[in-house]
Design a protein around this ligand. Structure first.
Ligand code: MG
Length: 320
């Protein structure tokens, strides 16, 4: 059966900007690092641990100590908790229903692989009504680089579910596409407008604006699972990817499937033709969820920081 691995920020939860703002604020408030480049795609590893290590190395000439990492991380998660109380995080459209649907069937298995630190990921999912601890998962606690994080997630999923017939990763960043290429698994993008174009150019087999059309999304997963050589051990990466690259016609076909899904889901949601302005707002009108959604979702930890109520710098558009 297919294993579907999800990224979290920007894929399952609408936390991209909040996460970036809290990260940048923490760099300034804890470390005194200001004027940070927030184009995370330019960093060697677009993960919490990877970005922090790289910035710390650049600014101080040495990697952060365990204490410095812990202090930064604690402050960062505290800011996220504070922000979540002010404006609760929400799930990407259709994500909650899709995960519930996947959990109710034996046709798929689900795992998580996130560039966020585990406590950050758990908080964001819990606030959005999703449960991090329900799934085999790997995070920035496991490695600096996303390739290793994805591999660790696959290992943990295999320990729980057994070896999958096929594996696909779902994410919203160009770094997700790069990591999938390195690991040797297909990549489905989540994004709209120009971001969808970037994801497609980076190698996404298909791109969806969100999960509002679960049937179409799962059709894409099944199409990919039917490709030859899917399910090969990921430590033999290269062979599956070579096979993947030979399937250019299938990539084009599935790309069309994704674009068709985008148009159809847009029509269902908005009942108006898709245009560029509204396309950029695909997931902007989700209902706010109350903080009570924390209950029962595995998050019981961080209290919000209380020393400031600012929302951090503006203009940050991308995040791990
Ligand atoms: Mg992401």
């Amino acid at each position: 059966m297919p294993l579907v691995i999800f990224d979290i920020d920007g894929t399952l939860t609408q936390t991209t900007n909040a996460d970036a703002n809290c990260f940048v604020r923490s760099l300034a408030e804890v470390c005194g690092f200001r004027e940070v480049d927030t184009d995370w795609s330019g960093y060697k590893h677009a993960t919490d641990s990877g970005v922090f290590h790289e910035i710390h190395q650049d600014r101080t000439g040495r990697p952060p100590s365990a204490f410095e990492i812990s202090r930064f991380r604690q402050h960062f998660v505290g800011l996220l908790a504070q922000m979540s109380y002010e404006a609760p995080f929400t799930a990407v459209r259709g994500a909650s229903l899709l995960l519930s649907r996947l959990a109710g069937k034996a046709e798929h298995r689900v795992a998580l692989a996130t560039g966020a630190w585990r406590d950050s990921a758990r908080l964001k999912m819990a606030c959005a009504g999703l449960c991090y601890d329900h799934y085999p998962a790997a995070s920035s606690d496991d490695a600096l680089d996303r390739d290793s994080i994805i591999r660790r997630s696959i290992e943990r999923a295999a320990e729980r579910y057994g070896r999958p017939d096929s594996t696909v990763y779902v994410g919203d960043g160009v770094w997700d596409a790069r990591a999938c290429r390195s690991v040797g698994i297909p990549f489905i993008g989540i994004g709209a407008g120009s971001q969808a174009t970037r994801l497609s150019a980076a190698g996404a087999v298909s791109v969806f604006p969100d999960f509002s059309d679960a049937d179409m999304f799962l059709s894409s997963v099944h199409e990919i699972a039917a490709w030859p050589n899917q399910g090969a051990p990921v430590n033999q990466a290269g062979a599956p990817w070579l096979q993947f690259e030979r399937s250019a016609s299938r990539i084009a076909e599935l790309g069309s499937l994704g674009r068709k899904a985008e148009k159809e889901s847009r029509g269902k949601v908005d009942n108006v033709p898709m245009d560029s302005e509204r396309e950029a707002e695909t997931i902007s009108f989700l209902p706010r969820l109350s903080a009570s959604r924390f209950r029962g979702c595995g998050y019981s930890g961080a209290k919000p920081n209380t020393h400031s109520s600012g929302r951090g710098p503006a203009g940050i558009s991308t995040r791990k």
